[in-house]
Design a protein around this ligand. Structure first.
Ligand code: ADP
Ligand code: ZN
Length: 288
C-alpha cells in the first residue's frame, strides 16, 4: 500500500491507495503549526502498512537531492513551516522511502498518467487558486533544473484598464500578483465566487492567463494544458483565454483545437493526491 500527502497552505489531504491511482482511505487535516498538523498526519499513516509515501507540497521546497536541505519547505511566510524538514520528519516517523515534489508537479504527474493528458509524454498543469503555480511533464519526466519551476511569478503585460497594484509580496504585479484569487478579491472588492456576472473580471483574468500560456507554449510546447484551482471554476474564463491566446499568438505556432488543448483536470480535485501516490510509487522503485 502507498501513502500520499497533498500538503496545502490551508489543509493537508492524506490518503492511502495503490499505484493504479485508487484511493482507499483519505482524511483532511487543517494546516496549523507543524507539530500539530504533522502529529495527525503521522497518526493517520501509522494505522496502515505503508511501503512508501509521496508528498506533493506547497512551496517553494528543496527538491535537489544533492542539497543539504533536500526535503525542506524553504521560504514560506506560513508560521512554523519555513525551513521545515518535511521529508526527514516523515522518514523518521515512518521509516519508508519518501517521494517529494511540488503540489503542482504531483498534479501534472497524476494528469499525465491517469487524467486529461493520459497517454501523452508532456503536459502542463496550472493551478489558479490562492496562488498560481505550474508543473510540467516534459519527455515523460517532471521538469526540474536547479530547483522546481515557479511559473506563477512570470511578468505579464498589464491590461490597459487595470490600475490595481498587485498582490505578490515579492514582485507586486507578476502573474500571481495580478491573477490569483486574492488579487481578484482585492481588485474588485469581492470574492471571485460573488463576481460571477461581472464579465470585465473574467475578461481581465483571461487576458493575464492567456499571456502566461503563450509564454509556456513558446518555451515548453506542451501537448496538453490543464487548468485547475478554485478560480478556474469560473468556466467563462476558458473562452477569454482562447480568444486572447489566439490574438497574442497570431497563428505563429500550430496548436490543436483550443477547446481540446486547454482543459480542466481529468481527475478533478484528485489530481494532486493521485499524483502523490505516483510519487510514492517512484520512490519505492528507486529504492529497490
Ligand atoms: P488553494 O489554492 O488554497 O489550494 P483553491 O484552489 O480553492 O485553494 O483557491 C482558492 C482561491 O480561489 C480563493 O482566492 C477563492 O476566492 C478562489 N475561488 C474558489 N472558488 C471560486 C469560484 N467558484 N469562483 C471564483 N473564485 C473562486
Ligand atoms: Zn510574484
Amino acid at each position: 500500500m502507498l501513502g500520499a500527502i497533498e500538503a496545502g497552505g490551508t489543509k493537508f489531504v492524506c490518503a492511502v491507495g495503490d499505484e493504479t491511482g485508487r484511493v482507499i482511505e483519505r482524511i483532511q487535516i487543517p494546516t496549523t503549526l507543524p507539530a500539530e498538523t504533522m502529529t495527525k498526519v503521522i497518526a493517520f499513516f501509522k494505522k496502515y502498512k505503508i511501503d512508501a509515501i509521496g508528498i506533493g507540497s506547497f512551496g517553494p521546497i528543496d527538491v535537489n537531492t544533492d542539497s543539504d536541505t533536500y526535503g525542506y519547505i524553504t521560504s514560506t511566510p506560513k508560521p512554523g513551516w519555513k525551513d521545515y524538514p518535511f521529508v526527514q520528519e516523515i522518514k523518521n516517523a515512518l521509516s519508508v522511502p519518501v517521494g517529494f515534489n511540488t503540489d503542482v508537479n504531483a498534479a501534472a504527474l497524476g494528469e499525465a498518467t491517469f487524467g486529461a493528458a493520459k497517454g501523452l509524454d508532456s503536459c502542463l498543469y496550472i493551478t489558479v487558486g490562492t496562488g498560481i503555480g505550474a508543473g510540467a511533464v516534459v519527455q515523460g519526466r517532471l521538469l526540474q533544473g536547479l530547483s522546481h519551476p515557479e511559473m506563477g511569478h512570470i511578468l505579464v503585460r498589464r491590461h490597459p484598464e487595470d490600475h490595481y497594484k498587485g498582490k505578490c509580496p515579492y514582485h507586486s504585479d507578476c502573474l500571481e500578483g495580478l491573477a490569483a484569487g486574492p488579487s481578484i478579491e482585492e481588485r474588485w472588492g469581492a470574492k471571485g465566487i460573488k463576481l460571477v456576472g461581472r464579465d470585465e473580471v473574467w475578461e481581465m483574468e483571461g487576458y493575464y492567463i492567456a499571456q502566461a500560456l503563450m509564454q509556456y507554449i513558446l518555451i515548453l510546447s506542451p501537448k496538453k494544458i490543464i487548468l485547475g484551482g478554485g478560480v478556474m471554476n469560473q468556466k467563462q474564463v476558458f473562452s477569454y483565454i482562447q480568444k486572447y491566446l489566439q490574438e497574442f499568438l497570431n497563428d505563429y505556432v500550430a496548436l490543436p483545437e483550443l477547446s481540446d488543448y486547454i482543459v480542466s483536470p481529468g481527475l478533478g480535485d484528485n489530481a494532486g493526491i493521485i499524483g502523490s501516490l505516483l510519487l510514492a510509487k517512484n520512490a519505492l522503485e528507486e529504492q529497490e
